[in-house]
Write a protein that binds this ligand. Structure first.
Ligand code: NDP
Ligand SMILES: N[C@@H](CC=O)C(=O)O
Ligand code: NA
Length: 451
């Protein structure tokens, strides 16, 4: 065997990764050159669905990332610590790293890539966004010559699965979430999925690659799906929309360097290419000059899809290393009885299509500057002229309405649904403040953006 892998984690993604590495037949020939050398887990007693020699499992993860025999560390533990420290230690010991951990990369990417570049090692993260969908490498490589204007994605499989089943079956939120957990889609703490935080991590990573700068996660505006009720799903349907948790990064306007980055449930016209992305599927729509629109679609979570991305990253690294040092890793070569190999000598410069070298931070506009359409559902007392009063409040703040419908009653309260034309978010919020102070208005039952 040629290249030794230290696998940190043998859960959903780790097991999927091991399954690919243990069955190389019919796959790229380089897969035969990869050996699972050590596997780090929390519990040695847990039953495993993958057959590995028990002696390669350990709870001593530090020993894996410092092992001189290991070439590539694959981090599929999840969580911030010890994942971040283990990645940094692996880098310090000259190991290349493959990770699926968007939470660590979106928060500590700067520290990790700076360390990796200094040490001359690769940190690859295809699995961190869109699971099995190739989107990180395409942004770095095939789309690298484009000027990107917009990245819009459905990048969280758990919430897309939940929203799809709520719409199609009227399913209960809690039950569907439990199914998503059982299927291995959800994060260890599923509030990261439900509250949009996982999607925020992912759009921060995509925006960084698309716009060529670092992104501060705290600049990403984020709303989750818990505010989306059955009533909104039904009204959206009647109005010709579906509701999706969208992650959007775009230039505020064509000539601006200022970006808008946000995650929020959004009403999407049924004719939009992302509207038919259902269940655990993810899709990322990129608009660039001169390519125009290009869309990436596939399974965004689950063992097999995510492991595909992990192993493809390993292959990318190994392929570059093999050019740099062709003697290493000839197929079938057995070095089991040989003395430990010294750490890999690294090429003095990293391959520019695999490495990440952003230095500056992108400028992100506050959410008030966003220009978008809104959907709002009001509960009002059934007074005459309420719709007129709402219209006046909107008009006073320069908000133009596309449609206003009184849709029915909830008990004593009338339900009024409004869809606006494009409006600056700051102005829309001022109009809402005015509306909330009207005696006739009981509450703003929901507020969603419309694409
Ligand atoms: N699941 C998915 O569909 C996707 C997941 N990801 C990302 O992949 C990563 C892994 O996710 P997933 O496979 O679902 O997670 P799991 O919870 O299924 O697996 C985690 C694995 O890491 C081990 N582990 C966790 N913490 C420690 C620790 N402190 N010490 C030792 N071992 C530890 C666990 O050990 P033990 O088995 O002993 O408990 C387990 O084997 C996460 O970053 C996630 O965001 C990315 C895309 C899709
Ligand atoms: N929990 C995530 C897993 C993949 O990143 C999701 O649901 O998309
Ligand atoms: Na991916």
């Amino acid at each position: 065997m040629g290249f030794k892998i230290g696998l940190l984690g043998l859960g959903t993604v780790g097991t999927g990764t091991a399954e690919i590495l243990l069955s190389p037949e019919g796959r790229h020939p380089v897969v035969r050159e990869l050996e699972i050398y050590r596997v780090g887990v929390r519990s040695l007693d847990k039953p495993r669905t993958v057959q590995l020699p028990p002696e390669i499992l350990t709870t001593d993860l530090e020993a894996i990332v410092t092992d001189p025999n290991i070439d590539i560390v694959v981090e599929v533990l999840g969580g911030l610590e010890p994942a971040r420290s283990l990645i940094l230690t692996a880098i310090a010991h000259g190991k290349h790293v493959v990770t699926a951990n968007k939470a660590v990369i979106s928060r500590f990417g700067s520290e990790i890539f700076t360390a990796a570049n200094e040490k001359g090692v690769y940190v690859m993260l295809e699995a961190s966004v869109g699971g099995g969908i190739p989107v990180i490498q395409p942004l770095k490589q095939a789309l690298g010559v484009n000027r990107i204007q917009t990245v819009i994605g459905i990048v969280n499989g758990t919430t897309n699965y939940i929203l799809t089943r709520m719409r199609d079956e009227g399913a209960d939120f809690g039950e569907v979430l439990a199914d998503a957990q059982r299927l291995g889609y959800a994060e260890a703490d599923p509030t990261a999925d439900v509250d949009g935080l996982d999607a925020a991590d992912k759009i921060a990573i995509l925006a960084s690659l698309a716009f060529g700068g670092r992104i501060k996660l705290e600049d990403v505006y984020c709303e989750g799906i818990s505010q989306v009720g059955a009533a909104d799903i039904a009204y959206a349907e009647k109005l010709g929309f579906v509701i999706k948790l969208l992650a959007i990064a775009k230039k505020l306007d064509v000539n601006s360097e200022l970006l808008s980055i946000r995650v929020n449930p959004t009403l999407l016209p049924k004719t939009h290419p992302l509207a038919s992305v259902n269940g655990v599927y993810n899709a990322i729509l990129v608009e660039g000059e001169p390519i125009g629109q290009v869309m990436f679609y596939g399974r965004g979570a689950g063992a097999g899809p995510t492991a595909t991305a992990v192993v493809s990253d390993i292959l990318n690294i190994v392929s570059v290393l093999k050019v740099a040092e062709p003697e290493k890793g000839r197929a079938g070569e057995n070095v089991d009885n040989a003395a430990p190999t010294p750490p890999l000598p690294h090429s003095p410069t990293l391959h520019s299509l695999l490495a990440c070298s952003h230095q500056h931070y992108c400028q992100i506009a506050p959410i008030e500057e966003l220009v978008t359409r809104f959907y709002a559902r009001f509960l009002t007392k059934d007074f005459p002229g309420v719709i007129g009063k709402l219209g006046t409040c909107f008009g006073d703040r320069g908000v133009s309405l596309e449609s206003v419908v009184q849709t029915g009653f909830q008990g004593e309260l009338a339900e009024i649904v409004v869809v606006t034309h494009d409006v600056r978010e700051g102005n829309f919020r001022l109009a809402l403040d005015d509306i909330r102070s009207l005696e006739a208005v009981d509450s703003v039952a929901s507020l969603l953006r419309v694409l």
